[in-house]
Design a protein around this ligand. Structure first.
Ligand code: NDP
Length: 384
Protein backbone atom coordinates (compact mmCIF):
# COMPACT_ATOMS: atom_id res chain seq x y z
CA UNK A 1 0.00 0.00 0.00
CA UNK A 2 1.36 3.46 -0.90
CA UNK A 3 1.23 6.04 1.83
CA UNK A 4 0.18 9.57 0.90
CA UNK A 5 2.02 12.34 2.72
CA UNK A 6 -0.35 14.68 4.57
CA UNK A 7 -1.34 17.87 2.81
CA UNK A 8 0.29 21.07 4.00
CA UNK A 9 -2.29 23.33 5.64
CA UNK A 10 -1.91 26.91 4.47
CA UNK A 11 -3.09 30.20 5.99
CA UNK A 12 -3.06 33.04 3.44
CA UNK A 13 -3.02 36.64 4.69
CA UNK A 14 -3.67 39.13 1.87
CA UNK A 15 -5.73 36.52 0.00
CA UNK A 16 -7.60 39.11 -2.10
CA UNK A 17 -4.48 40.79 -3.54
CA UNK A 18 -2.16 40.04 -6.42
CA UNK A 19 0.07 37.61 -4.48
CA UNK A 20 -3.10 36.17 -2.96
CA UNK A 21 -4.52 35.43 -6.43
CA UNK A 22 -1.30 33.81 -7.59
CA UNK A 23 -1.25 31.70 -4.43
CA UNK A 24 -4.80 30.53 -5.15
CA UNK A 25 -3.63 29.45 -8.63
CA UNK A 26 -0.89 27.36 -7.00
CA UNK A 27 -3.42 25.87 -4.57
CA UNK A 28 -5.78 24.96 -7.45
CA UNK A 29 -2.88 23.26 -9.25
CA UNK A 30 -1.92 21.15 -6.22
CA UNK A 31 -5.05 20.14 -4.29
CA UNK A 32 -3.36 16.85 -3.38
CA UNK A 33 -0.47 18.64 -1.65
CA UNK A 34 -1.86 21.90 -0.28
CA UNK A 35 -5.01 22.74 1.65
CA UNK A 36 -6.19 26.28 2.35
CA UNK A 37 -7.39 26.50 5.97
CA UNK A 38 -7.46 30.25 6.70
CA UNK A 39 -7.70 33.49 4.69
CA UNK A 40 -7.54 37.18 5.54
CA UNK A 41 -7.95 40.53 3.80
CA UNK A 42 -8.35 44.17 4.73
CA UNK A 43 -11.92 44.99 3.69
CA UNK A 44 -12.77 43.07 0.50
CA UNK A 45 -15.28 40.79 2.26
CA UNK A 46 -17.05 39.73 -0.91
CA UNK A 47 -13.91 38.38 -2.57
CA UNK A 48 -12.73 36.83 0.70
CA UNK A 49 -15.95 34.88 1.17
CA UNK A 50 -15.89 33.74 -2.48
CA UNK A 51 -12.48 32.24 -1.73
CA UNK A 52 -13.91 30.55 1.38
CA UNK A 53 -16.69 29.05 -0.77
CA UNK A 54 -14.39 27.82 -3.53
CA UNK A 55 -11.82 26.25 -1.18
CA UNK A 56 -14.10 25.24 1.69
CA UNK A 57 -12.14 27.44 4.09
CA UNK A 58 -13.49 27.55 7.67
CA UNK A 59 -11.41 30.39 9.16
CA UNK A 60 -11.39 33.96 7.84
CA UNK A 61 -10.38 37.39 9.10
CA UNK A 62 -11.04 40.96 7.98
CA UNK A 63 -8.73 43.65 9.35
CA UNK A 64 -11.40 46.34 8.97
CA UNK A 65 -14.30 45.36 11.29
CA UNK A 66 -16.76 47.64 9.44
CA UNK A 67 -16.24 45.60 6.25
CA UNK A 68 -17.67 42.53 7.97
CA UNK A 69 -21.08 44.19 8.16
CA UNK A 70 -21.37 44.52 4.37
CA UNK A 71 -21.52 40.87 3.26
CA UNK A 72 -22.61 37.71 5.10
CA UNK A 73 -19.94 34.96 5.23
CA UNK A 74 -20.82 31.37 4.23
CA UNK A 75 -22.50 29.55 7.16
CA UNK A 76 -19.51 27.35 7.99
CA UNK A 77 -16.98 30.23 8.19
CA UNK A 78 -15.72 31.46 11.55
CA UNK A 79 -14.98 35.14 10.93
CA UNK A 80 -12.69 37.22 13.13
CA UNK A 81 -12.16 40.94 12.68
CA UNK A 82 -9.63 43.62 13.49
CA UNK A 83 -5.88 43.37 13.95
CA UNK A 84 -6.34 40.72 16.68
CA UNK A 85 -8.37 38.60 14.27
CA UNK A 86 -5.47 38.48 11.83
CA UNK A 87 -2.98 37.69 14.56
CA UNK A 88 -5.16 34.85 15.85
CA UNK A 89 -5.53 33.46 12.32
CA UNK A 90 -1.74 33.52 11.86
CA UNK A 91 -1.41 31.20 14.88
CA UNK A 92 -4.32 28.93 13.81
CA UNK A 93 -3.88 25.54 15.49
CA UNK A 94 -3.25 22.86 12.88
CA UNK A 95 -1.89 25.23 10.21
CA UNK A 96 1.58 24.34 8.90
CA UNK A 97 2.55 27.43 6.96
CA UNK A 98 1.40 31.06 6.91
CA UNK A 99 1.86 33.10 3.74
CA UNK A 100 1.97 36.82 4.54
CA UNK A 101 1.11 38.94 1.48
CA UNK A 102 -0.32 42.04 3.14
CA UNK A 103 0.85 45.23 1.52
CA UNK A 104 3.02 47.43 3.75
CA UNK A 105 3.84 46.73 7.38
CA UNK A 106 0.37 45.72 8.67
CA UNK A 107 1.51 42.10 8.39
CA UNK A 108 4.22 42.47 11.03
CA UNK A 109 2.17 41.40 14.07
CA UNK A 110 0.60 38.39 12.28
CA UNK A 111 4.05 37.35 10.96
CA UNK A 112 5.49 37.48 14.49
CA UNK A 113 2.47 35.56 15.82
CA UNK A 114 2.95 32.84 13.20
CA UNK A 115 6.64 32.47 14.07
CA UNK A 116 5.93 32.47 17.83
CA UNK A 117 3.44 29.65 17.25
CA UNK A 118 6.16 27.70 15.40
CA UNK A 119 4.53 28.03 11.95
CA UNK A 120 6.76 28.30 8.92
CA UNK A 121 6.40 31.75 7.36
CA UNK A 122 6.22 32.18 3.58
CA UNK A 123 7.02 35.86 3.34
CA UNK A 124 5.97 38.12 0.46
CA UNK A 125 5.65 41.38 2.41
CA UNK A 126 9.17 42.77 2.12
CA UNK A 127 8.32 45.86 4.19
CA UNK A 128 8.14 43.70 7.32
CA UNK A 129 11.83 42.80 7.24
CA UNK A 130 12.81 46.34 6.34
CA UNK A 131 10.90 47.63 9.36
CA UNK A 132 11.87 45.01 11.91
CA UNK A 133 14.26 42.47 10.35
CA UNK A 134 16.26 42.03 13.54
CA UNK A 135 13.17 41.08 15.55
CA UNK A 136 11.53 38.92 12.89
CA UNK A 137 14.72 36.89 12.37
CA UNK A 138 15.13 36.55 16.16
CA UNK A 139 11.55 35.27 16.46
CA UNK A 140 12.26 32.61 13.83
CA UNK A 141 15.47 31.56 15.58
CA UNK A 142 13.67 31.37 18.94
CA UNK A 143 10.90 29.06 17.73
CA UNK A 144 12.86 27.15 15.08
CA UNK A 145 10.28 28.09 12.43
CA UNK A 146 11.55 28.67 8.88
CA UNK A 147 11.18 31.85 6.85
CA UNK A 148 10.67 30.92 3.20
CA UNK A 149 11.08 33.87 0.84
CA UNK A 150 8.27 34.46 -1.66
CA UNK A 151 9.67 37.64 -3.24
CA UNK A 152 11.01 36.26 -6.54
CA UNK A 153 14.57 37.59 -6.11
CA UNK A 154 14.90 36.27 -2.55
CA UNK A 155 13.35 32.96 -3.45
CA UNK A 156 15.99 32.78 -6.22
CA UNK A 157 18.82 33.51 -3.75
CA UNK A 158 17.38 30.93 -1.35
CA UNK A 159 17.46 28.31 -4.10
CA UNK A 160 21.02 29.24 -5.17
CA UNK A 161 22.27 29.06 -1.57
CA UNK A 162 20.90 25.58 -0.89
CA UNK A 163 23.75 23.42 0.38
CA UNK A 164 26.23 26.32 0.57
CA UNK A 165 27.68 28.10 3.58
CA UNK A 166 27.00 31.85 3.89
CA UNK A 167 30.73 32.26 4.61
CA UNK A 168 31.43 31.12 1.02
CA UNK A 169 29.26 33.88 -0.51
CA UNK A 170 31.08 36.91 -1.88
CA UNK A 171 28.03 38.79 -3.06
CA UNK A 172 24.41 38.53 -4.03
CA UNK A 173 22.95 40.40 -7.00
CA UNK A 174 19.22 40.98 -7.33
CA UNK A 175 17.88 41.81 -10.76
CA UNK A 176 15.55 44.74 -11.42
CA UNK A 177 13.24 44.96 -14.41
CA UNK A 178 13.53 48.74 -14.20
CA UNK A 179 9.78 49.27 -13.84
CA UNK A 180 7.55 51.50 -15.93
CA UNK A 181 10.14 54.29 -16.34
CA UNK A 182 13.17 52.18 -17.20
CA UNK A 183 13.68 53.96 -20.52
CA UNK A 184 12.23 57.37 -19.67
CA UNK A 185 14.64 60.34 -19.81
CA UNK A 186 15.07 62.22 -16.52
CA UNK A 187 13.18 65.33 -17.69
CA UNK A 188 10.00 63.32 -18.47
CA UNK A 189 9.85 61.84 -14.95
CA UNK A 190 8.65 65.17 -13.50
CA UNK A 191 5.36 64.68 -15.38
CA UNK A 192 4.87 60.95 -14.70
CA UNK A 193 1.32 60.16 -13.54
CA UNK A 194 0.06 57.27 -11.38
CA UNK A 195 -1.42 55.71 -14.55
CA UNK A 196 2.05 55.82 -16.18
CA UNK A 197 3.72 54.33 -13.09
CA UNK A 198 1.20 51.47 -12.90
CA UNK A 199 2.11 50.21 -16.41
CA UNK A 200 4.73 47.66 -15.40
CA UNK A 201 6.47 46.08 -18.41
CA UNK A 202 6.78 42.51 -17.00
CA UNK A 203 4.79 41.92 -13.81
CA UNK A 204 1.11 42.35 -12.85
CA UNK A 205 1.24 43.37 -9.17
CA UNK A 206 -0.61 45.46 -6.59
CA UNK A 207 -0.39 49.28 -6.95
CA UNK A 208 2.08 49.97 -4.11
CA UNK A 209 4.75 47.52 -5.27
CA UNK A 210 4.23 48.60 -8.91
CA UNK A 211 4.97 52.22 -7.99
CA UNK A 212 7.93 51.02 -5.89
CA UNK A 213 9.21 49.25 -9.02
CA UNK A 214 8.88 52.45 -11.04
CA UNK A 215 10.94 54.43 -8.47
CA UNK A 216 13.30 51.46 -7.77
CA UNK A 217 12.48 51.87 -4.06
CA UNK A 218 11.37 48.26 -4.48
CA UNK A 219 14.91 47.16 -5.25
CA UNK A 220 16.19 49.15 -2.29
CA UNK A 221 13.68 47.47 0.02
CA UNK A 222 14.74 44.12 -1.43
CA UNK A 223 18.45 44.73 -0.80
CA UNK A 224 17.62 45.36 2.87
CA UNK A 225 15.32 42.32 2.92
CA UNK A 226 18.14 40.18 1.47
CA UNK A 227 20.62 41.34 4.10
CA UNK A 228 18.28 40.12 6.86
CA UNK A 229 17.15 36.90 5.22
CA UNK A 230 20.62 35.67 4.31
CA UNK A 231 22.80 37.33 6.96
CA UNK A 232 24.67 39.48 4.42
CA UNK A 233 26.61 42.69 5.00
CA UNK A 234 25.25 45.73 3.09
CA UNK A 235 28.27 45.76 0.77
CA UNK A 236 27.48 42.19 -0.30
CA UNK A 237 24.02 43.15 -1.61
CA UNK A 238 23.84 44.47 -5.19
CA UNK A 239 21.27 45.24 -7.87
CA UNK A 240 21.56 45.05 -11.65
CA UNK A 241 19.09 46.01 -14.36
CA UNK A 242 17.76 43.01 -16.31
CA UNK A 243 14.84 44.03 -18.54
CA UNK A 244 13.62 40.50 -19.32
CA UNK A 245 12.94 39.46 -15.65
CA UNK A 246 14.02 35.88 -16.39
CA UNK A 247 17.11 35.73 -14.15
CA UNK A 248 15.86 36.69 -10.69
CA UNK A 249 19.10 36.73 -8.69
CA UNK A 250 22.73 35.67 -8.90
CA UNK A 251 24.95 34.45 -6.06
CA UNK A 252 28.71 34.83 -6.48
CA UNK A 253 30.85 32.58 -4.30
CA UNK A 254 34.37 33.29 -3.06
CA UNK A 255 35.87 31.08 -5.77
CA UNK A 256 34.29 33.24 -8.50
CA UNK A 257 31.53 30.77 -9.44
CA UNK A 258 28.14 32.37 -9.96
CA UNK A 259 24.85 30.52 -9.55
CA UNK A 260 21.66 32.06 -10.90
CA UNK A 261 17.98 31.09 -10.78
CA UNK A 262 15.85 31.48 -13.90
CA UNK A 263 12.12 31.13 -14.49
CA UNK A 264 9.40 33.05 -16.34
CA UNK A 265 8.17 36.25 -14.69
CA UNK A 266 5.21 34.72 -12.85
CA UNK A 267 4.91 34.76 -9.06
CA UNK A 268 3.47 31.22 -9.10
CA UNK A 269 7.06 29.89 -9.35
CA UNK A 270 8.42 31.37 -6.09
CA UNK A 271 5.07 30.93 -4.29
CA UNK A 272 4.92 27.24 -5.20
CA UNK A 273 8.56 26.75 -4.25
CA UNK A 274 8.01 28.33 -0.82
CA UNK A 275 4.78 26.41 -0.12
CA UNK A 276 6.06 23.00 -1.19
CA UNK A 277 9.62 23.39 0.15
CA UNK A 278 11.58 21.15 0.43
CA UNK A 279 9.71 19.12 -2.20
CA UNK A 280 9.05 20.05 -5.82
CA UNK A 281 6.16 19.38 -8.20
CA UNK A 282 5.25 20.36 -11.78
CA UNK A 283 4.94 24.15 -12.06
CA UNK A 284 1.61 25.95 -12.10
CA UNK A 285 2.65 27.93 -15.21
CA UNK A 286 4.54 26.76 -18.28
CA UNK A 287 8.31 26.55 -17.73
CA UNK A 288 10.95 28.59 -19.51
CA UNK A 289 11.41 27.87 -23.21
CA UNK A 290 15.05 28.71 -23.90
CA UNK A 291 14.49 28.46 -27.68
CA UNK A 292 12.11 31.44 -27.48
CA UNK A 293 14.45 33.66 -25.47
CA UNK A 294 15.88 36.42 -27.65
CA UNK A 295 18.55 37.53 -25.18
CA UNK A 296 19.33 38.14 -21.53
CA UNK A 297 20.64 41.66 -20.95
CA UNK A 298 22.24 43.11 -17.82
CA UNK A 299 23.23 46.72 -17.24
CA UNK A 300 24.02 48.96 -14.27
CA UNK A 301 21.17 50.72 -12.48
CA UNK A 302 21.08 54.50 -12.94
CA UNK A 303 20.89 55.87 -9.39
CA UNK A 304 20.73 59.47 -10.63
CA UNK A 305 17.37 58.94 -12.34
CA UNK A 306 16.24 56.66 -9.50
CA UNK A 307 17.47 58.28 -6.25
CA UNK A 308 15.33 56.02 -4.01
CA UNK A 309 17.71 53.14 -4.62
CA UNK A 310 20.62 55.32 -3.47
CA UNK A 311 18.62 56.43 -0.40
CA UNK A 312 17.69 52.84 0.47
CA UNK A 313 21.31 51.77 0.18
CA UNK A 314 22.35 54.65 2.47
CA UNK A 315 19.66 53.64 4.99
CA UNK A 316 20.87 50.02 4.88
CA UNK A 317 24.46 51.18 5.54
CA UNK A 318 23.34 53.48 8.36
CA UNK A 319 21.42 50.59 9.96
CA UNK A 320 19.47 51.06 13.19
CA UNK A 321 16.08 52.63 12.54
CA UNK A 322 17.10 54.18 9.19
CA UNK A 323 15.56 51.38 7.03
CA UNK A 324 12.31 51.64 9.04
CA UNK A 325 12.27 55.42 8.45
CA UNK A 326 12.96 54.92 4.72
CA UNK A 327 10.12 52.41 4.47
CA UNK A 328 7.57 54.46 6.43
CA UNK A 329 8.27 57.66 4.49
CA UNK A 330 8.07 55.74 1.22
CA UNK A 331 4.69 54.22 2.17
CA UNK A 332 3.25 57.66 2.95
CA UNK A 333 4.72 59.24 -0.19
CA UNK A 334 3.55 56.44 -2.52
CA UNK A 335 0.02 56.61 -1.11
CA UNK A 336 0.03 60.40 -1.70
CA UNK A 337 1.35 59.94 -5.26
CA UNK A 338 -1.34 57.35 -6.02
CA UNK A 339 -3.98 59.73 -4.62
CA UNK A 340 -2.73 62.51 -6.93
CA UNK A 341 -1.42 64.61 -4.02
CA UNK A 342 2.31 64.34 -4.76
CA UNK A 343 4.24 64.45 -8.05
CA UNK A 344 6.34 61.42 -8.96
CA UNK A 345 9.65 63.10 -8.12
CA UNK A 346 8.15 64.19 -4.79
CA UNK A 347 8.32 60.59 -3.53
CA UNK A 348 12.13 60.68 -3.35
CA UNK A 349 12.13 64.22 -1.88
CA UNK A 350 9.75 63.23 0.93
CA UNK A 351 11.83 60.14 1.75
CA UNK A 352 15.12 62.08 1.70
CA UNK A 353 13.78 64.89 3.92
CA UNK A 354 12.25 62.40 6.34
CA UNK A 355 15.55 60.52 6.64
CA UNK A 356 17.21 63.86 7.46
CA UNK A 357 14.50 64.90 9.93
CA UNK A 358 14.16 61.76 12.05
CA UNK A 359 16.91 61.37 14.64
CA UNK A 360 19.07 58.34 13.84
CA UNK A 361 18.69 55.70 16.54
CA UNK A 362 19.61 52.08 17.16
CA UNK A 363 16.38 50.57 18.52
CA UNK A 364 16.94 47.79 21.00
CA UNK A 365 13.36 46.54 21.03
CA UNK A 366 10.30 46.37 18.80
CA UNK A 367 8.41 49.27 20.47
CA UNK A 368 11.40 51.54 19.72
CA UNK A 369 11.31 50.51 16.02
CA UNK A 370 7.57 51.12 15.88
CA UNK A 371 8.11 54.55 17.48
CA UNK A 372 10.66 55.43 14.75
CA UNK A 373 8.17 54.19 12.14
CA UNK A 374 5.41 56.38 13.62
CA UNK A 375 7.67 59.43 13.83
CA UNK A 376 8.74 58.95 10.20
CA UNK A 377 5.08 58.73 9.11
CA UNK A 378 4.35 61.99 10.99
CA UNK A 379 7.33 63.77 9.42
CA UNK A 380 6.53 62.50 5.92
CA UNK A 381 2.83 63.40 6.20
CA UNK A 382 3.73 66.91 7.34
CA UNK A 383 5.52 67.47 4.01
CA UNK A 384 2.45 66.74 1.87
P1 NDP B 1 -2.16 44.03 -3.32
O1 NDP B 1 -2.36 45.48 -3.12
O2 NDP B 1 -2.54 43.41 -4.61
O3 NDP B 1 -2.94 43.22 -2.17
C1 NDP B 1 -2.78 43.57 -0.81
C2 NDP B 1 -3.48 42.56 0.06
O4 NDP B 1 -3.28 42.96 1.43
C3 NDP B 1 -5.00 42.52 -0.13
O5 NDP B 1 -5.45 41.22 0.15
C4 NDP B 1 -5.51 43.51 0.93
O6 NDP B 1 -6.86 43.26 1.32
C5 NDP B 1 -4.55 43.17 2.06
N1 NDP B 1 -4.38 44.26 3.00
C6 NDP B 1 -4.09 45.55 2.75
N2 NDP B 1 -3.99 46.26 3.89
C7 NDP B 1 -4.25 45.41 4.91
C8 NDP B 1 -4.33 45.52 6.32
N3 NDP B 1 -4.15 46.69 6.94
N4 NDP B 1 -4.61 44.42 7.03
C9 NDP B 1 -4.83 43.24 6.42
N5 NDP B 1 -4.78 43.06 5.09
C10 NDP B 1 -4.49 44.12 4.34
O7 NDP B 1 -0.62 43.74 -2.96
P2 NDP B 1 0.36 42.65 -3.58
O8 NDP B 1 -0.27 41.31 -3.54
O9 NDP B 1 0.91 43.15 -4.86
O10 NDP B 1 1.59 42.72 -2.54
C11 NDP B 1 1.49 42.18 -1.24
C12 NDP B 1 2.88 42.16 -0.64
O11 NDP B 1 3.71 41.27 -1.40
C13 NDP B 1 3.59 43.53 -0.68
O12 NDP B 1 4.36 43.67 0.46
C14 NDP B 1 4.50 43.42 -1.90
O13 NDP B 1 5.66 44.23 -1.79
C15 NDP B 1 4.87 41.94 -1.87
N6 NDP B 1 5.23 41.42 -3.17
C16 NDP B 1 4.31 41.46 -4.20
C17 NDP B 1 4.63 40.96 -5.45
C18 NDP B 1 3.61 40.88 -6.53
O14 NDP B 1 3.87 40.27 -7.57
N7 NDP B 1 2.43 41.44 -6.37
C19 NDP B 1 5.98 40.41 -5.73
C20 NDP B 1 6.82 40.34 -4.55
C21 NDP B 1 6.46 40.85 -3.33
P3 NDP B 1 -8.10 44.03 0.58
O15 NDP B 1 -8.19 43.41 -0.80
O16 NDP B 1 -9.26 43.74 1.42
O17 NDP B 1 -7.72 45.48 0.52
Amino acid sequence: MTSHPAKKRVVLLGATGSIGENTLRVLRAHPDKLELVGVAAHRNAEKLFQICSEFGVCHAALADPSAAATVRPPAWVQLQTGADGLTALAALPGADIVLVAIVGTAGLAPALAALAAGKNLALASKEILVLAGQFVMAAARASGAKILPVDSEHNAVFQCLAGHATADVRRVTLTASGGAFRDWPADRLAHATPADALKHPNWAMGPKVTVDSATLANKGLELIEASWLFGLRPEQCHAVLHPQSIVHALVEFTDGSVLAQLCPPSMTFPIQHALLHPTRAPGTDAPLDLTRLQSLEFRPVDETRFPLLRLARAAMLAGGAAPAVFNAANEIAVAAFLAGRLPFLGIASVVEKTLEAVQPSAPTDLPAVLAADAEARRQASAQL
